[in-house]
Write a protein of this length. Sequence first.
Length: 301
Amino acid sequence: MNETPTLSVEFPKPRRFRRKSNKRVVVQRKPLVVSFADGLAALGRGVAFGMVKIVRPFAVVAFVAFVVAGGRWGLLHVLNSPRFAVTQVIVGHTQHVSEAEIVSLAGVQLGAKLLLVDTDAVAARVAKHPWVLSVHVERKLPSALQIDVVERSSVAVAMLNGLYLLDAEGHAFKRATTAEAAGLVILTGIERNQYAERPDAVRAAYRDALLLLDEYNRGQNRPKLSEIRIDPRYGFSLHFLQSGAELQLGNGTYSEKLARLDQILDALKRAGLDAPAVLRIVHLDGPANSRVSMRLSLGDS
C-alpha cells in the first residue's frame, strides 16, 4: 500500500524587538505663524543689540555733559548765593597789630563771594606787617573769614643808625618807637651798612649776644643791663643800667665769667660797697697772668 508523502513546513519564529529606552522622542513642528514671529523677535534682538553698541557712546557723552552742566549750574548758584557772601572778618587776639590793620591788609570787602576768596593771597598780604610772624586764613561757612596771626616777640633793640626791634633769631624786623624800646637791652657796635652787606653774619652775632643776655638774666641779684656792646676783636661788653658800669667779658666761657662777677658783687656788698655807681669792671678775659680781675674807680677817674 502506497503511503502518501507529507510535506512538513516550519515557519520561522517571530523576532522580538527590544526597546532601547523608555524615552519617547516627540517631534512637533511649529506652526508657520509662530516660526515667523520667532524670526522677527530674533531680528529685533539683533537690531537692538547693534543699536546699543552704536548709541552707548553717545549716551555716555550726553550723560557726562548733563552732569557737567548741572554741576556748573549748581556751582554758580552757590557762588552767587547771598548766603555765601562775606558778612564778617574774624581776627584772633593780637597785642601789637590792631584788628583794623589786619582787616585793611586782608583786602576782603564785605559782600564778597566767600568761596572765591584766595586765602593764600590774603595771608601773604597780612604777613607784610612787620609784627606778623605767620598767618592762618580759613573760610568759616557760610559767611565768615577767620584770620589768626602769630606775632613776633621783641627781645632786644639794635642800634643801626636808629633803634630797631630784634626777635629771638636776631632779625631786625621793625624800627622801634620809644614805647616799644622801653625796658629792652640795646645791642650796639654794629653799623647799618654792615647789617646790609653781611646780614647773616650780623644776625649770628646778635643771636650770640641774645644767648649771653639770657645767661646773664638767669643769675639772681645781678644789676639790670642797659646795653651789650659787640666788638669783633674784643667780644662782648655789658653795661649796667643804673650805674653805667662796664663789664668786659670777651668771648666764650660766659658762665664762668658771670660766676666770678657774682663773687665780686657779693664781696663788694659785704664790704659795704654796694653802690655800683663807682664800679667799673674792666677785664675778666684773657690768660690768668694778664687778667685784671677788677678795677675800682671813683667817678670818671
